[in-house]
Design a protein around this ligand. Structure first.
Ligand SMILES: CC(C)(COP(=O)(O)OP(=O)(O)OC[C@H]1O[C@@H](n2cnc3c(N)ncnc32)[C@H](O)[C@@H]1OP(=O)(O)O)[C@@H](O)C(=O)NCCC(=O)NCCS
Length: 177
């Protein structure tokens, strides 16, 4: 199996079609066009076996506010998926391991939002967010209740010393987090 890191701008149309097919297989109807858009604009890790795409994760830059600190850019992890036929073989762990290296060379921390995979990320060193979550919209900063699924990877612990403070993202089409 080959695991590689690729910038979004270096993915061609065929790569993008293979990615969407992988996400649709792994997430079923939980995966929207907005979710696909959110996955681009940063760095991807792709796992391929015999020419077939079997695993993916990406990280994109996002402006986030921790507590009352100034807004800062951190990595935001999107579209983590292993082909359903290949889950449980360690592909997700390998992909996330390489993505961690890509994140650490760019940002001091990363966030993600997950429903069902909290245990997977905890095994990989991610922490559950304990504070409340907010979205900055045109109408102001609104509570969004996302915090139950928010997780953080702290590469530089001094950047996010307290996981119980409020965390705020900027609004975007589709799910804000
Ligand atoms: C979550 C997902 C990416 C894991 O990929 P994977 O290739 O099966 O994971 P791995 O085989 O590398 O598993 C690594 C470890 O995490 C554990 N794990 C995997 N999925 C888990 C889950 N949902 N909850 C808790 N632990 C999980 C494995 O048991 C394994 O533990 P071990 O090393 O102690 O044996 C994959 O199940 C998937 O694509 N799910 C559907 C899409 C999805 O929900 N993505 C996450 C969205 S945020």
């Amino acid at each position: 199996m080959e695991v590689v890191a690729v910038a979004s701008e270096d993915l061609d149309d065929e790569d993008r079609r293979s990615l969407r097919a992988l996400w649709d297989r792994a997430f079923g109807d939980r995966f929207s066009d907005d979710d696909a858009d959110h996955a681009y604009g940063g760095v991807h890790v792709l796992a391929r076996d015999g020419g077939r795409l079997v695993g993916h994760a990406s990280a994109v830059p996002r402006l986030i506010r921790f507590g009352d600190q100034p807004w800062r850019t951190v990595g935001y992890v999107e579209a983590v998926a292993t082909d359903p036929d290949r889950q449980g073989e360690g592909i997700g762990r390998q992909v996330m391991g390489m993505l961690r290296d890509e994140i650490s060379s760019r940002w001091p921390a990363a966030l993600l939002s997950t429903g069902r995979a909290r245990g997977f990320y905890e095994l990989l060193g991610w922490d559950r967010w304990r504070g409340l979550s907010y979205t900055r919209t045109a109408e102001g900063v609104l509570p969004d209740g996302e915090h139950g699924g928010l997780m953080v990877l702290r590469l530089d612990r001094s950047v996010v010393p307290d996981l119980a403070v409020p965390v705020t993202c900027e609004d975007r089409p589709g799910d804000a987090w």
